[in-house]
Design a protein around this ligand. Structure first.
Ligand code: GTR
Length: 325
C-alpha cells in the first residue's frame, strides 16, 4: 500500500474515533444460565459499554457460576479478582447488614412500589452503602418475588409449612423468615438445592419463577405456592478500586449503560416470569394461588421479625420505604 493511502486510512480511523490501545478487559460474574433475564441484562450492559467506548472497555460475562458459587464470587469481587458481579440484597446482607432492610418480608405494596423505592433516593443510598466493603452498585435489576416450593404438599397457610425443611440463602433474615412460619431453615448454596431435595436433606426452598424453573426444581419439588413473601432486588456491582481507576467520563458512561441495561432487563424479567409460570403449569406443577385472607395469614406470621433486635434498627429506613407513594 502506498504510504499516502496508509496515512489517509490511519487519519480516517483516528477521526472516526478508533482507539489503537489494547482494550481493557474486565470480568462480570453471574450464577444464572444462558438466556436468564439477569444474564441478558449483563450482556446488554457489556455491549453498551463496548460500543460506547469504541471497544476500549470490554466486559466479559461469565455466567452459570463459572467463576464460583455466589458467596465465593462476591468475595472475589470485593478483592478485585472479579471486577463486576450481578447479585441481590440477600447474599450481600452478611457483609452489609443494612441490605436486610430492602428484603424484609411483605415490605413493598407491589412491584411498582419496589421500583419507585429503588429508582429514587433510597435506592441510590443502598447502591453506595456497600462501598466501604469494596463494592459499588450501578443499577437495580428485577428479581420478582420469592415463593415457597416443596416436595411434600400444597401449602395454603403457614400451618401447612410446619416442620418443612426449607433451603434458604445463607443469611439470618431468611432463616428467621422461614422459622417464623414454623418451618425449618437450612442455609445451603443455590446449586445444591436440586440434589438436596433428591437426597431428602431438604424438602423445599423458595425463589422466583425463573430460578425455580431454570434450575429444574419443579422436577423434585412440584408444590409451588405464590405467597410472594419477599422481594430481594438485584444489582450489578463493581469493585471499588476498579471503579476508581475509570475516568470521570468513563464512570458516567458505564453508569448510564447499566441503567439502560436495567430497563431492558426489567422488561425481559416480566416476559420470562410469565413464560416460566405457564411452563410450570404445563409440566404439572401444583400451583397454589392464595386468597387475600390466606396471604394475610402469612403476613401476620412474619410480622414479629420487624421487632427482632437484629432488624429493629432498620425501623426508620423501613418507614421511609413505606412512605414512598
Ligand atoms: C436467585 C438469585 C440468585 C441466588 C438465588 C438463591 O433468585 O437470582 O442470584 O441468590 O436466588 O436463592 O441462592
Amino acid at each position: 500500500m502506498k504510504k499516502s493511502i496508509l496515512l489517509a486510512l490511519v487519519l480516517a480511523l483516528v477521526l472516526a474515533g478508533a482507539s489503537f490501545a489494547a482494550p481493557r478487559v474486565f470480568k462480570l460474574a453471574d450464577n444464572h444460565p444462558d438466556g436468564y433475564p439477569t444474564v441478558l441484562g449483563d450482556i446488554r450492559f457489556a455491549e453498551l459499554v463496548k460500543e460506547r467506548t469504541k471497544g476500549d472497555i470490554v466486559i466479559e460475562v461469565y455466567n452459570n457460576s463459572q467463576l464460583g458459587d455466589e458467596k465465593t464470587a462476591i468475595e472475589q469481587t470485593q478483592m478485585g479478582d472479579i471486577h463486576f458481579i450481578r447479585v441481590g440484597t440477600n447474599p450481600l446482607a452478611p457483609i452489609n447488614p443494612i441490605m436486610n432492610a430492602l428484603s424484609m418480608p411483605y415490605l413493598y405494596r407491589d412491584r411498582d412500589h419496589a421500583f419507585k423505592v429503588l429508582d429514587g433516593a433510597i435506592g441510590e443510598e443502598f447502591l453506595t452503602s456497600i462501598e466501604k466493603d469494596g463494592l459499588i452498585g450501578l443499577c437495580w435489576f428485577d428479581s420478582g418475588s420469592r415463593n415457597f416450593y416443596n416436595s411434600k404438599r400444597a401449602v395454603h397457610t403457614p400451618a401447612d409449612m410446619k416442620g418443612l425443611k426449607i433451603r434458604v440463602q445463607e443469611t439470618p433474615l431468611m432463616m428467621d423468615l422461614v422459622s417464623s412460619l414454623g418451618a425449618s431453615p437450612t442455609p445451603m448454596a443455590y446449586n445444591e438445592i436440586y440434589t438436596g431435595v433428591q437426597n431428602g436433606i431438604i424438602e423445599g426452598a423458595e425463589n422466583n419463577w425463573p430460578s425455580y424453573m431454570s434450575q429444574s426444581h419443579n422436577e423434585v419439588a412440584p408444590f409451588f405456592v405464590v405467597d410472594e413473601h419477599t422481594r430481594a432486588p438485584e444489582m450489578i456491582l463493581v469493585n471499588t478500586d476498579v471503579w476508581g481507576k475509570f475516568s470521570a467520563d468513563e464512570r458516567k458512561l458505564i453508569k448510564q449503560a447499566a441503567l439502560e441495561a436495567a430497563t431492558y432487563q426489567r422488561e425481559e424479567w416480566v416476559r420470562q416470569e410469565n413464560d416460566y409460570a405457564k411452563q410450570a403449569e404445563a409440566k404439572g406443577v401444583t400451583i397454589t394461588r392464595l386468597t387475600p385472607e390466606e396471604v394475610q395469614q402469612f403476613m401476620d406470621a412474619v410480622q414479629p421479625i420487624y421487632k427482632q433486635p437484629a432488624y429493629a434498627p432498620y425501623a426508620d429506613i423501613i418507614q421511609r420505604v413505606r412512605d414512598v407513594k
